[in-house]
Design a protein around this ligand. Sequence first.
Ligand code: CP
Ligand code: NVA
Length: 308
Amino acid sequence: MQNFLDINKIAPDQLRGILDEASRIKIARQGLPKGTKDIEKVLTGKMVALIFEKPSTRTRVSFDLGVRQMGGETMVLSGSELQLGHGETIADTARVLSRYVDLIMIRTFDEATLLEMADHATVPVINGLTNRTHPCQIMADILTFEEHSGPIRGKRVVWTGDGNNVCASFIHAAGQFGFDFIFTGPQTLEPEPEFMNEAQSKGVRVEIIRDPVEAVTGADLVVTDTWISMHDSQTARERRHNQLRGYQVNDSLMKHAKPDAIFMHCLPAHRNEEVTSSVMDGLQSVVFDEAENRLHAQKAVMRWCLSQ
Ligand code: CP
Ligand code: NVA
């Protein structure tokens, strides 16, 4: 039994194995209608709880579909339907759910909730996003990058905008998969030094370059995300927009990346805020491949969790 909590907690060879499995699973389904089951129904007889304390389109649908394709069943639960936060401890919830289901995926606010769930569950727990990280997204992103551009090792990945949870998991991945990571954004929204120091200690270049043009120059991949995450207060909206406006990904910024660079966004995107529609819908954008790859990558993650 193995938890999938963060990319920096899993050995690089295991992460690579998960991605290889994701590619294999994806190829094996080519041409099959989406609703049909895989040839290998590895989750037959298994029940998976999908817990959401925040909204979700991709994570919710891709996990649910992935479990069904593998022959299993799901219970999709919103935080407000459970006793989470109504006095019962997360630890007790974890113990109870472990008596009913074979796997738990949780999207929550504080990382502490995820960690308490994982500490007390006797079934694997998967991080479906916290305020701090979003590892499933980045597994899909690495898969997507390598499908389009080949091995990510040694490549230059540039994150523009808010140094948020998705950015943090990208920095974890830089250390584990061996690519350079440049953050460009305002000083007030930089990623936590802890993430950057850990990746640097693994021998990769992790740097902050304030000027977006300088940062993006020579990039193999340009990535951004919403300027206001689900856990951010809406009252900071105007201040954040003012700080981040200069970091919008638009055609003139993309011109400084390598000619064959690609653009990624985990979605949902706020068109013409963090990215223009011309980039989102342009030839360099792979955002919908990323969304599709959530399905394949997470199926491989679930198989890995249940494999030992
Ligand atoms: N990218 C992502 O996790 O999307 P959802 O919030 O729709 O799940
Ligand atoms: N940073 C965003 C990602 C959504 C998938 C958020 O946390 O809201």
